[in-house]
Design a protein around this ligand. Structure first.
Ligand code: ATP
Ligand code: MG
Length: 450
C-alpha cells in the first residue's frame, strides 16, 4: 500500500465541526462590517510578485523570506497573497475606485506565508480584513480601532485582549527618530543578534520588535518615537489615545513605544490586540493594523489616506473557546424507506420537502436551518439509530403500504408521536408549517417594547 497522503506541511483541513466555528467567526466579522459601513469584496489569491514586494518592503520578513513565489508558464513571477492590503490597493487602482472615496472594504479568505509551522502559525491561514480609504482624520483611526475591539468583544463577550497602540509619526518624525535610534544602537551593534545587526542598516525600527533577550536589554533604554513627533503627529496621536481611553470596550489599553509592526508601509497610528492568556503562546497577537497613508501613491495612484487591520481566524479560534454560537433553529428531517420501496418514492418525497421548505424560507426570510436527507443503507433499526445520532428532529418512514396510498409516516423524534401524512399535505405550505412546528422567531426586542 502506498503511504497515506497528508496535507502539505503548515496547511490543515477544516473539518465540519471546526468549520462551523470558523464560519461563525466570519459571520460575526461580516455582520460588523455591515454595521460599520464596510462592503465586502474579493481579490485573486495570487498577484504579480511586485504588488507585494513594492508595498510591504523588500527588507520585511514577509517579502524577504515568507512568500510563496513561482513563475507562470509565461515566465511572469506571481506570489500567493501573504496579506490582503497590497492586493486590495492594487484592485483599488486597477478599478479606478478613487472616484468613490471614502470607501470601506471588507475581505476574508486564505493567505500564504512560508513560516515555521507551530501553534497559531501556519503556511496557509485565514484572516478577516478591513480597509478604510479616503479619510485622514484621527477620527477614522478611532472608529477603525473600535471596530477591531468590537469584533473581539462580539466573539467572546469580552475582548480578552490588551490593545497595544503606538505611532510611527509622519515622514518627518520618523526620519528624525530613525537617525536617533541608529546613533543610540550603533555602539552596541556587536552585542546584538545577527538579524538586528543587519537591520541596523536596512530597517532599524524593526530592531525594536526583536525577540532576542540580549536585544531586548539594549532596546530597553533606546530613545522613544513619542519624543520625536512633529507637533501635528503628536496632536493626532494624543487625540486617538485620549478618545480610545474613554471607550470602555477598548480597555485594557497600553501605549507601547516599541510596537513597530513588520511592514514598511505603515505611518502614524499602529495597533495590535494581544491575548492576555497563555493560550496562544508566543503567537499572542490576534489582530493587527495601522494607517498607511503613502501606500496608494507608492503603487502608482494619487495620495489617498487609509487605515486597516486584519485578524487571523485560526488565532481567534484558539482564543475564543467560549464563542457564543449563533442560535439558529434547525429542522432536520431524515427519510427512511423500507428496502422494498422503490427509490422513486423516496426521491419524490425528498424533492417535495426540499422545494416547499426552501420556498417557504425564501418567502418569509426565515432564519432556520433546514436539512432533508435520505438514509438509504442498512436495516431500518440501524438507520433509526443513525437518525437519532445525527439529531434528526423528524424521520419519515416509507413502507410499501404508505407508498400505495400516496402517503408516508412522519415521526417526531422528541415526542415519539407518529402520524400518516398524504403527499398532498406535504405540498401544502400551511400544513407543512403545522406538521413540523415551524414558527417565525420573535427576534430581538427592546426591554421597553410590549
Ligand atoms: P506575527 O508577528 O505573529 O508573525 P504578523 O505581524 O506577521 O504576525 P500580520 O501580517 O500583521 O501578522 O497579520 C495579522 C494577523 O494575521 C496576525 O495578528 C495573526 O493573527 C495572523 N497571522 C499572521 N501570520 C500568520 C500565520 N502564519 N499563521 C496564522 N495566523 C497568522
Ligand atoms: Mg509574521
Amino acid at each position: 500500500m502506498s503511504p497515506k497522503l497528508q496535507p502539505v506541511r503548515g496547511t490543515h483541513d477544516i473539518l465540519p465541526e471546526e468549520f462551523e466555528k470558523f464560519h461563525a467567526v466570519v459571520t460575526r466579522a461580516r455582520e460588523l462590517a455591515t454595521l460599520y459601513g464596510f462592503r465586502e469584496m474579493a481579490t485573486p489569491i495570487f498577484e504579480q510578485t511586485e504588488v507585494f514586494s513594492r508595498s510591504m518592503g523588500e527588507t520585511s520578513d514577509v517579502v524577504s523570506k515568507e512568500m510563496f513565489t513561482f513563475p507562470t508558464k509565461g515566465e511572469e513571477s506571481v506570489t500567493l497573497r501573504p496579506e490582503f492590503t497590497a492586493g486590495i490597493v492594487r484592485a483599488f487602482l486597477s478599478n479606478g475606485m478613487q472616484q468613490h472615496l471614502p470607501l470601506k472594504l471588507f475581505s476574508t479568505g486564505p493567505l500564504f506565508r512560508y513560516e515555521r509551522p507551530q501553534k497559531g502559525r501556519q503556511r496557509q491561514f485565514h484572516q478577516v480584513n478591513f480597509e478604510y480609504f479616503g479619510y485622514d482624520s484621527p477620527a477614522a483611526d478611532v472608529e477603525t480601532i473600535c471596530l477591531a475591539g468590537h469584533l473581539l468583544y462580539s466573539l467572546s463577550g469580552k475582548t480578552g485582549c490588551t490593545l497595544l497602540i503606538n505611532t510611527l509619526g509622519d515622514k518627518e518624525s520618523r526620519e528624525k527618530y530613525r537617525n536617533a535610534l541608529v546613533d543610540y544602537l550603533t555602539p552596541y551593534a556587536k552585542d546584538m543578534s545577527e538579524d538586528s545587526q543587519r537591520r541596523l542598516v536596512s530597517n532599524p525600527l524593526r530592531i525594536l520588535d526583536s525577540k532576542s533577550e540580549q536585544d531586548k536589554k539594549i532596546i530597553h533604554d533606546a530613545p522613544k518615537i513619542t519624543d520625536y513627533l512633529s507637533s501635528s503627529a503628536k496632536t493626532r496621536f494624543d487625540f486617538v489615545c485620549e478618545t480610545l481611553s474613554k471607550m470602555p470596550a477598548m480597555q485594557p489599553m497600553k501605549v507601547s513605544p516599541s510596537l513597530v509592526r513588520g511592514l514598511d508601509y505603515y505611518t502614524d497610528t499602529i495597533f495590535e490586540f494581544v491575548a492576555e492568556t497563555g493560550e496562544l503562546g508566543t503567537q499572542n497577537t490576534v489582530l493587527a493594523g495601522g494607517r498607511y497613508d503613502g501606500l496608494v501613491e507608492q503603487l502608482g495612484g494619487n495620495s489617498v489616506p487609509a487605515i486597516g487591520f486584519a485578524a487571523g481566524i485560526e488565532r481567534l479560534l484558539l482564543l475564543t473557546k467560549t464563542l457564543e454560537w449563533d442560535n439558529v433553529r434547525q429542522l432536520k428531517i431524515m427519510i427512511l424507506p423500507f428496502e422494498a420501496v422503490l427509490p422513486e418514492a423516496t426521491l419524490m418525497i425528498a424533492a417535495i420537502l426540499r422545494n416547499e421548505l426552501y420556498a417557504h424560507q425564501r418567502k418569509t426570510n426565515l432564519k432556520w436551518k433546514f436539512t432533508v436527507e435520505s438514509l438509504w443503507q442498512g436495516n431500518l433499526k440501524k438507520r433509526m439509530e443513525r437518525a437519532a445520532q445525527r439529531n434528526a428532529d423528524y424521520v419519515i418512514i416509507l413502507g410499501p403500504e404508505e407508498v400505495s396510498r400516496d402517503a408516508c409516516v412522519v415521526k417526531n423524534m422528541k415526542t415519539g408521536k407518529q402520524e400518516e401524512v398524504s403527499l398532498a399535505n406535504l405540498k401544502d405550505e400551511n400544513k407543512l408549517i403545522e406538521l413540523f412546528n415551524i414558527t417565525q422567531d420573535p427576534g430581538f426586542r427592546r426591554n421597553d417594547e410590549k
